[in-house]
Write a protein that binds this ligand. Structure first.
Ligand SMILES: Cc1ncc(COP(=O)(O)O)c(C=O)c1O
Length: 393
């Protein structure tokens, strides 16, 4: 008989000798940003958007930090994200805005989750679930105002009339009327004023139909920080809560702190001659004799392949160039004469304290949006480590 193979027990890949790469999430930075947003938007209430696992920061952890710092609501895209937050013990007001026909509305109603209706057919489904549950559904009606994504366009008058009828039957409570801005990141973009006017008309139509929605909401992070006239009763902030500037071409008007840092350990260092072609396609050649470090993170972990075209990392307290294409699991850094050895820490992205680029700078280099830069990082091989986590009360 042969001996059984001995497989090591699962350990945290973020700790000790085994650490390869990880996401460090600073919950104190989240609290700081949320406090700024709450005071900037008051008296409007603040919904912190924690969809996509809180833009890869960890939804339950960010949700708790945001609520501690003054958020009154949480927002997610899909119902499953809302269910997961309830399973994690989050009891706050919680809004999920994206569902397909035959969505589990009864479960949502049972868990006190607020849902969105974009059409009469969707509202009828929600009302049917409420009837079965004998509990009114809390609904936010979404109006098309010029983004042409979700929301009722020509159907809006019929949708609000139906909602009013369901309210009178005790099946629905219209808690919100809302829409979403397409171009608020470009301050002074004319589409934003057009959307505001269209939104105000939609609210008027809803009120004329007899609805009295307590929460009119339109603003994302960019509008929250630049357009006081668009804050209405509630703002929905994602990017700024994570400390990333939501504005294009200008700095954020408040002192945001980036919460996400991605780090890894160097696995290998070697000398290379001048003219060495590095990585797939030889898109990078060393300009002089140098030292190269191998970093065990790649596009399978969410890094953009093209970060090699001008991207940098923080290592040994300085900034060093990514040499050539990012591969699936690894990339190369041109160290020059920086004193780096296997096992040393490299910072790929963060607030900039260790010579690393910010999320905004990564985006500029890779051609990805800041949202994409963050959400792409939510992979198993980059497990999260929390800074500033407090015991759940
Ligand atoms: C409907 C909705 N509201 C609010 C937000 C938050 O936007 P931001 O991250 O720009 O604040 C998003 C994010 O995309 C969204 O889809």
């Amino acid at each position: 008989m042969t001996d059984a193979l001995v497989v090591p027990p699962p350990t945290s890949p973020t700790r000790g000798e085994r650490a390869l790469a990880w996401r460090e999430v600073d919950l104190d930075a989240v609290r700081h940003n949320v406090r700024l947003l709450a005071s900037a938007s008051a008296p409007a209430e603040l919904m912190v958007v924690v969809k996509a696992d809180a833009y890869s920061h960890g939804a339950p952890q960010v949700a708790r930090a945001a609520l501690e710092a003054g958020a009154t609501h949480l927002g997610v895209a899909i119902l499953e994200e809302a269910f997961a937050l309830r399973r994690a013990g989050i009891e706050s007001r919680l809004f999920a805005w994206l569902a397909a026909p035959r969505a589990p509305y009864a479960e949502a109603i049972g868990l006190d989750i607020e849902v969105a209706a974009y059409s009469g057919a969707q509202l009828a489904e929600i009302a049917a679930a409420a009837r079965a549950m004998r509990v009114p559904a809390q609904v936010h009606l979404k109006a098309e105002t010029g983004m042409w994504r979700g929301g009722a366009a020509d159907e809006w008058p019929a949708l609000v009339a139906l909602a009013h009828r369901y309210e009178q039957e005790g099946l629905v409570r219209v808690v919100g009327v809302w829409s979403h801005l397409a171009c608020a990141d470009e301050v002074d973009h004319p589409a934003t004023d057009e959307q505001r006017d269209s939104f105000l008309r939609a609210v008027e139509v809803a009120e004329a139909a007899g609805l009295r929605p307590r929460l009119r909401h339109l603003a994302n992070s960019a509008a929250t920080l630049t357009r006081p006239d668009l804050r209405f009763d509630l703002v929905r902030c994602g990017l700024a809560a994570y400390g990333v500037n939501p504005l294009v071409g200008q700095p954020a008007p408040v002192d945001l702190r980036q919460a996400m840092t991605v780090r890894a350990r160097v696995t290998h260092v070697k000398d290379a001659p001048a003219g060495a072609g590095v990585s797939y396609g030889h898109t990078y050649r060393t300009s002089a004799a140098t030292r190269l470090a191998l970093v065990p993170v790649g596009y399978a972990d969410g890094l953009p392949v093209l970060a090699g075209g001008g991207g940098t990392v923080g290592v040994a307290g300085a900034s060093a160039a990514i040499a050539g294409r990012v591969c699936m699991d690894q990339f190369v850094v041109d160290l020059g004469d920086l004193p780096v050895a296997p096992g040393d820490r490299v910072t790929l992205l963060g607030p900039g304290h260790d010579g690393e680029p910010t999320a905004e700078q990564w985006s500029a280099v890779s051609g990805r949006s800041r949202y994409e830069t963050l959400t792409a990082l939510g992979r198993d091989r980059l497990p999260p480590v929390y800074v500033g986590e407090r015991a759940a009360t």
